[in-house]
Design a protein around this ligand. Structure first.
Ligand code: BGC
Length: 570
């Protein structure tokens, strides 16, 4: 006879309770896992749901905040074959017909090699505290190595630095802004690990020659763009299209080269020269297109692939973000490869990499909407490795470049993400600016109200990041001092505060309205007047659709001028 045990009410209660607790524990731990997979991106996304963020605020930056403008050697110097300067990959690339709009090149550019005094006069007019420029490696080491030191090149930068110091403008030097000596590309470029040694030698020469005056060194400018545009998409020098492979190898060498230079400075020069060594990274802000976990996680993946790619090894643990490692390994195995296309660091290398950023340079230009998306493209490249889609909301204000829509609030969110992801490091915004389409034949648009709006709204978001969110931001550089060679767009796209007349041999520089506005912001150290008196009051457009997000973040639109409410001049 089967005896049925009767369950007492107490036992039933206990069993249900245990079930309930088990399910609860499962849910909490599942949620914790997804919340941590959402990372800093998910946190920042959720924290900034409130559209109040789009109002302008007034207030000042700290008294030691440093204001400046930025340029880069190949984009402004010209004199490509003068005084024994060695050729660079950008000379080679731009001299190949069909690479650059109108087959333009940087042979003369703004002719800054011959215009130190004129350029410094513009900086004085702007009343900036620093000038961020880059040294052309091949101007001082024509073949990239110590085989030959070119005195003419050494003297040129010494003259520039002296002129700046005399004008009480701090020189901030980028060592590599994409113009690799061609001789080093000929031995494989950044895919070749020997470049860590050559880059260290070049950097050390700069420390020896200029370190008494230069106290802020930036090793690399936007290595992610250099690696992708030059080695994956082939639209920048050296023009390679190696899907999903070279891009990671190039970055790998660059990361090691950065750390080598930092240690060299730390061991041999820091004590006497008392400067700092940082790196400039860039990312669009990645805004999840919906509130779904998968999209929030995809947006975090985007940030890790773009920014964490370099910042994680150098600032966190000496290694790539784990999401990059798992994604690329999975895709590589799926391709039938025996190991990941993403190279790995040895344990000794990891120790050398981490903690090698004294300050972080951050560049920001735009924001993207992100959704999770399984890519089946073959073979997988850098984009496919991420399993996501990235696009612009069509309603966001356009600029003169198809890749840039103007999204000021994304700037604040990116800065907050950096703060949370990397423990609030000292940040210098080393670039932001807005593109405008202009050809040589066109009349210069000196009343660039859209650029005035761009800088007012973006610097105001920076102020919020500093004052309201506690982001440790210590300086800002506008991109860029003057119109210059805009890479594959040649001179058809302009970012300058000063217009440059490329038709005239004098390369005459003329201030645009944005130069005057920037000077006002610089001398006011921010926005000293109360909000009601600010000239550009943003209005919310309540009908602004924003992906599938239920709460629509707004885009500020400036109403008290009748020109260019939204800059659209492509
Ligand atoms: C680069 C600059 C460039 C600017 C506008 C940045 O990515 O550092 O050299 O001119 O963007 O495209």
């Amino acid at each position: 006879m089967t005896r049925f045990r009767k369950t007492s009410p107490f036992q039933t209660y206990t069993r249900d309770y245990i079930h309930f607790v088990t399910i609860l524990v499962f849910l909490v731990s599942f949620n914790a896992q997804t919340v941590s997979a959402q990372g800093a991106g998910g946190y920042v996304y959720k924290q900034f749901q409130n559209p109040v963020r789009d109002r302008l605020i007034h207030g000042l930056f700290s008294s030691n905040f440093t204001w400046g403008v930025a340029t880069s050697a190949y984009q402004i110097e010209g004199a490509w074959n003068e005084d024994q300067r060695g050729e660079t990959i950008w000379d080679t690339f731009s001299h190949e017909p069909g690479r650059i709009v109108d087959n333009a090149n940087g042979d003369i550019a703004c002719n800054s090699y011959h215009k130190i005094d004129e350029d410094v006069a513009l900086l004085k007019e702007l009343q900036v505290k620093h000038y961020r420029f880059s040294i052309a490696w091949s101007r001082i080491l024509p073949d990239g190595t110590l085989n030959k030191i070119n005195q003419a090149g050494i003297v040129y930068y010494r003259r520039l630095i002296n002129a700046l110091v005399e004008a009480e403008i701090e020189p901030v030097v980028t060592l590599f802004h994409w113009d690799l000596p061609q001789a080093l590309q000929d031995i494989g470029g950044w895919s070749n690990e020997i470049l860590t040694v050559y880059f260290k030698n070049y950097a050390e020469l700069c420390f020896l020659e200029y370190g008494d005056w230069v106290k802020r060194w930036i090793t690399f400018n936007e290595p992610s763009i250099f690696a992708k545009a030059g080695h994956e998409h082939g639209v920048h020098a050296p023009g390679l299209k190696h899907q999903g492979t070279t891009v990671y190898r190039v970055a790998h060498t660059i990361i090691k080269a950065h750390a080598k230079v930092w240690h060299t400075y730390d061991n041999k020069y820091r004590a006497s020269q008392k400067g700092q060594v940082g790196i400039t990274l860039v990312s669009s802000w990645a805004q999840p297109s919906t509130k779904w976990q998968v999209d929030i996680m995809a947006a975090e993946r985007y940030l890790q692939f773009e920014f964490g790619w370099f910042a994680h090894p150098l600032m966190v643990n000496g290694d790539y973000p784990s999401v990059m490692k798992t994604q690329i390994l999975e895709k590589s195995i799926g391709q039938g490869l025996s190991s990941s296309r993403l190279p790995s660091f040895t344990e000794e290398e990891k120790v050398l990499l981490r903690g090698t950023v004294d300050f972080l340079g951050v560049n920001y230009y735009t924001t993207k909407l992100i959704s999770a998306w399984r890519s089946d493209a073959w073979p997988p490249g850098y984009e496919e490795d991420q399993d996501l889609k990235a696009w612009h909301d069509e309603s966001w204000p356009k600029s003169g470049a198809s890749w840039q829509k103007c999204v000021p609030w994304g700037f604040r969110l990116l800065l907050n993400w950096v703060k949370h992801e990397y423990g609030n490091p000292p940040i210098y915004v080393t670039e932001t600016g807005v593109a405008e389409k202009l050809n040589d034949q066109d009349e210069p648009k000196l009343k660039d109200v859209w650029r005035v709006q761009y800088f007012v709204s973006h610097i105001n978001e920076l102020l919020k990041a500093y004052k309201l969110d506690g982001v440790n931001v210590q300086g800002f550089s506008a991109w860029t001092l003057m119109d210059n060679f805009e890479w594959q767009d040649g001179y058809s796209t302009r970012f300058g505060l000063y217009h440059v007349d490329f038709k005239s041999p004098a390369r005459t520089r003329t201030a645009k309205s944005s130069a005057k506005k920037y000077n006002e912001i610089v001398t006011g150290n921010g926005f000293p007047v109360p909000v009601s008196k600010l000239r550009y009051i943003p209005q919310f457009k309540p009908d602004m659709a924003f992906g599938a997000a239920p709460r629509a973040p707004m885009v500020p639109v400036f109403h008290d001028n009748d020109e260019g409410i939204q800059p659209e001049f492509r």
